[in-house]
Design a protein around this ligand. Structure first.
Ligand code: FES
Ligand code: FES
Length: 160
């Protein structure tokens, strides 16, 4: 398979790679760049486990070709903690017991981050809508919704 060059930032770090033409961003992140935080669930756009943020927008990395990310800023949960301190969303997911098996958690957190980046004080309905593309097979959606609202409150208190 032909290889094509692509450059983008991953959690603020410059990456320059030759990737197989047609390779998904999910595959490149996990198998080439060693960032296993986006998970491969359905590989067809139905579960949200592979969610990442690209240039501020929530995207499914299983449906995104790596070669289309030229010049983009890609964010994953692996880049959220700073200096060993969890991001408020990660802290809230722990405090609210929102990670059960944990498989959907990185995708949920990226969906929540995309929401809070745009809407710092979301309603419960906003949160439900924001995570509607993310399936939790453990079905514990209530703690997840609580965690996102808790993180939003923590963010607004920190900003005050
Ligand atoms: S693995 Fe991408 S949506 Fe399921
Ligand atoms: S915590 Fe298990 S799939 Fe969501």
């Amino acid at each position: 398979m032909a290889k094509v060059p692509v450059q983008f930032t991953l959690n603020g770090e410059e990456k320059a790679e030759f990737v197989e033409s047609g390779a998904t961003l999910l595959k490149v992140l996990r198998h080439k760049l060693g960032d296993t935080s986006p998970k491969g669930g359905c590989h067809q756009g139905a579960c949200g486990a592979c969610s990442v943020i690209i240039d501020g927008e929530l995207k499914l990395s299983c449906l995104t070709l790596a070669e289309t990310c030229e010049g983009a800023a890609v964010e994953t949960t692996a880049g959220l903690a700073a200096d060993g301190v969890m991001h408020p969303l990660q802290r809230a997911f722990v405090d609210e017991f929102a990670a059960q098996c944990g498989f959907c958690t990185p995708g949920m957190i990226m969906a929540a981050k995309a929401l809070l980046d745009q809407t710092p004080n979301p309603t419960r309905e906003d949160v439900v809508e924001a995570i509607s593309g993310n399936i939790c097979r453990c079905t514990g959606y209530e703690p997840i919704i609580r965690a996102v609202l808790t993180a939003a409150r923590a963010n607004s208190q920190n900003a005050a």
